[in-house]
Ligand binder design. Structure first.
Ligand code: P6P
Length: 352
């Protein structure tokens, strides 16, 4: 029976990527090995985030060195009290160690590290990984979903790695994805041939394909922006949000949904449709979100799912970053909704 086949024919993320890799006979499986190490990091963070509240509780009971029982990494102990490593620092250490130990990376850029990590030549591979190990981590204590966001470049050519290998436009990314730590642990990934979602089955410790070939609705009923910044918005953003609330064409107004955790807001946008905005404003003329490991991966996924992503000036993936922690305004989501705000910026441009 089809249902039984589905239950017994487990499509794990590893098997899925191997299937994709098999289309490129020349590939030596390096990408699959790299991805498996990213998946390992996500499994650890999922476990640590789910324990965070509990570990803190036990910590308050004065116990020290509460071992995160589910992972056999002794040096990843939870200390109690103030030595408790912040989860984003811990997550960063796990991802850096996992990526270096994969032997497939040469440069790592993390939101947590001011400088890029150049992997020792003895452990070097061809991939450059840019990531935010725990985006939205300020939301942990109130139980809001948070996530890991990552993007993967191939180094430009076989020379000594330099920052130029990561200061590439987003359209050069080979793959991008995020892992959301919420009611379930969901990993959404694109390797350039569409978007697929995998859910962690904790009893197997495997990510299973649960959302094959995700496509974002062409137009949505939701807009997602921090309305608290409205007084600082530029004209086109203000006009667009006004249109969402008071549509002139008699259509119904859009609902506002804003969680304040990018992975959660983008995941909802991807599945339900609509538009996510983090515009520039007078206080931060480049917006708040980081190009390499927030804007590019989410823009890559949106385009792969049939949506689009715009900076207010250009297609987000065409942007060429000059600094590894550079920021950019971003408008991403359903194709038609982003088209509407592009038209408003274009009209503004004509006036200037
Ligand atoms: P604001 C979280 O701190 C974050 O980096 C993103 O995850 C999120 O989309 C954004 O900032 C929220 O920013 O200014 O609306 O609180």
């Amino acid at each position: 029976h089809a249902a039984d086949a589905h239950r017994t024919d487990l499509m794990t993320i590893t098997r899925f990527v191997l299937n994709e890799q098999s289309k490129y006979p020349e590939s030596r499986g390096d990408f699959t090995i790299l991805l498996n190490h990213i998946v390992l990091g996500c499994k650890f963070v999922c476990s640590a985030v789910n324990k965070a509240g509990l570990a803190k509780l036990i910590g308050l009971a004065g116990e020290t060195n509460v071992q995160a029982s589910s992972c056999q990494m002794p040096d990843m102990e939870f200390a109690s009290g103030e030595e408790q490593k912040k989860l984003d620092v811990l997550s960063n250490e796990v991802f850096v160690k996992a990526l270096v130990s994969s032997g497939r990376t040469c440069i790592l850029v993390s939101e947590e590290d001011e400088e890029a990590t150049f992997v020792d030549p003895s452990k070097r591979g061809r991939y450059c990984v840019v990531f935010d190990p725990l985006d939205g981590s300020s939301n942990i204590d109130c139980g809001v979903s948070i996530g890991t966001i990552f993007g993967i470049y191939m180094m430009k050519d076989n020379h000594e790695p330099t920052l130029d290998d990561v200061l590439q436009p987003g359209k050069q990314m080979l793959a991008a994805g995020y892992c959301m730590y919420g009611s379930s642990c969901t990993l959404v990934l694109s390797t350039g041939e569409g978007v697929n979602g995998f859910t962690l089955d904790p009893s197997l410790g495997e990510f299973i394909l649960t959302h094959p070939d995700i496509k974002i609705p062409k137009k949505g009923k939701i807009y997602s922006v921090n309305e608290g910044n409205a007084k600082n918005w530029d004209g086109p953003t203000a006009k667009y949000v006004e249109k969402c609330k008071f549509p002139k064409d008699g259509s119904s107004s859009k609902s506002l949904r804003y969680i304040g955790s990018m992975v959660a807001d983008v995941h909802r946008t991807l599945l339900y449709g609509g538009i996510f905005l983090y515009p520039a404003d007078k206080k931060s003329p480049s917006g708040k979100l980081r190009v390499l490991y927030e804007v590019f991966p989410m823009s890559f996924l949106m385009e792969q799912a049939g949506g689009q992503a715009f900076t207010g000036k250009q297609r987000a993936l065409d942007l060429v970053p000059t600094k590894i922690h550079e920021r950019s305004p971003i408008f991403l989501g359903s194709f038609d909704d982003v088209e509407d705000i592009k038209a408003l910026y274009a009209a503004e441009g004509k006036k200037e």
